[in-house]
Design a binder for this molecule. Structure first.
Ligand SMILES: CC(C)(COP(=O)(O)OP(=O)(O)OC[C@H]1O[C@@H](n2cnc3c(N)ncnc32)[C@H](O)[C@@H]1OP(=O)(O)O)[C@@H](O)C(=O)NCCC(=O)NCCS
Length: 343
């Protein structure tokens, strides 16, 4: 048999042949272009690495650089997604090789970490991704009473998006997001956005569903806590009578009004994260702790508030800095990406 010639390439993720390949080999609610515009749209800025055999794409990895923001620190994050190899070409090391190259590129672009969302730890653990960060999930199974304020489902026009954006940026943590990007993300198939107004202005919003992800999950929200609770009540009295509704958010910031309505909650990890620049993360973390008045020393081991944390492996390092699920309730570096930004 003739040896197969494989050609490795890189370029913009908006290349139609990549979108065609991904649409043929993924089971999404719509085209990747519509589900992940922040990567695949011409204005998205996504970079793809792929392998071709006989001129046809057979394996692919996409990434996009975003900026994580907190009032005390910010850093570039590489978001990785759409990792796919055509079935006949699996097990040859193609996706691993593309992923390693993508991580090198993200590091060269200044990203301190890379993050992705997947259950396939068998593939991602060997390339250095580990569960990290702390995400809280509330479930609403029982009736929660009536909303007692008007809740509307909104269409994202220019003025609405500006108001939603103002509320989004009131959060202490999340990725920086332009108005255009926000508007684009609200157009992703299946996304539903609910709002409450006070004196004519939007005072709270909650975003439900996103493409084939986050089905029946409020994955982004902001604004007045009691008005957010009204949105949950509205949903439980309309589309979610007798049906489970879920809501996720950063574990650093549980909302008492939401917790009071929920039938239960759990804390899990936020994403699979890969460390790209240990020393920069270390200095951000130490300066955050100093700012919080927490005593910390990072010599051979990391000691935070008298607690010794191991940092030898990447998994230990991530757990020590960002926490992971229930592990790390105190003093960890807040890091959270809201659902609309996931790729
Ligand atoms: C996951 C995927 C991209 C791997 O592509 P690939 O080119 O075959 O990857 P590699 O050849 O580099 O495989 C790396 C290793 O992961 C293992 N692996 C990959 N997918 C796996 C799975 N679903 N379960 C168990 N092991 C898996 C491979 O066996 C291989 O292990 P080995 O090196 O010990 O033999 C490919 O299986 C795929 O397209 N799956 C469907 C889409 C998907 O699940 N994408 C990931 C979520 S975004």
């Amino acid at each position: 048999m003739e040896p197969l010639e494989l050609c490795f390439s890189s370029g913009s993720s908006s290349d139609p042949s990549l979108i065609h390949f991904l649409d043929a080999h993924t089971e999404l609610a719509a085209s990747v272009l519509k589900e992940y515009p922040s990567v695949f749209d011409t204005k998205g800025g996504g970079e793809s690495l792929w392998v071709e055999a006989k001129g046809k794409v057979v394996s692919h990895v996409a990434s996009v650089v975003a900026k994580f923001h907190h009032p005390l620190y910010s850093f570039p994050v590489g978001l990785v997604g759409s990792v796919v190899t055509q079935p006949e070409f699996r097990g040859m090391g193609l996706a691993t090789s593309l992923m390693r190259q993508a991580l090198e590129k993200l590091k060269a672009k200044g990203c301190l970490v890379a993050a992705l969302w997947s259950n396939n730890t068998d593939f991602y653990t060997p390339v250095g991704f580990h569960p990290a960060g702390r995400e809280m999930e509330f479930v609403f199974d029982e009736p929660v009473g009536t909303a007692q304020m008007a809740v509307e489902e909104c269409n994202a026009n220019g003025d609405t998006v500006a108001q939603l954006s103002r509320l989004y940026h009131q959060h202490h943590l999340g990725l920086e997001r332009s108005l255009d990007r926000f508007a684009q993300l609200l157009q992703v198939p299946n996304v539903r956005c609910f709002i409450v107004r006070e004196s004519g202005l939007i005072s709270a919003y909650a975003v439900l569903n996103k493409g084939s992800d986050f089905q029946d999950v409020i994955h982004e929200w902001a604004g007045h806590p009691a008005h957010l609770a009204a949105i949950v009540r509205h949903l439980k009295n309309s589309d979610y009578v007798g049906k489970r509704l879920r809501m996720i958010g950063p574990a650093h910031k549980p909302v008492a009004e939401i917790a009071a309505l929920s039938s239960g909650f759990s804390v899990g990890s936020m994403a699979l994260v890969k460390v790209l620049d240990r020393s920069s993360i270390k200095s951000i973390y130490l300066s955050y702790l100093r700012n919080q008045g927490v005593e910390a020393n990072w010599g051979e081991a990391l000691i935070v508030d008298g607690l010794k944390l191991r940092t030898d492996t990447d998994a230990e390092f991530l757990n020590a800095v960002f926490g992971q699920g229930l592990d790390g309730e105190t003093h960890r570096l807040p890091f959270f990406v809201w659902g609309l930004d996931s790729v």
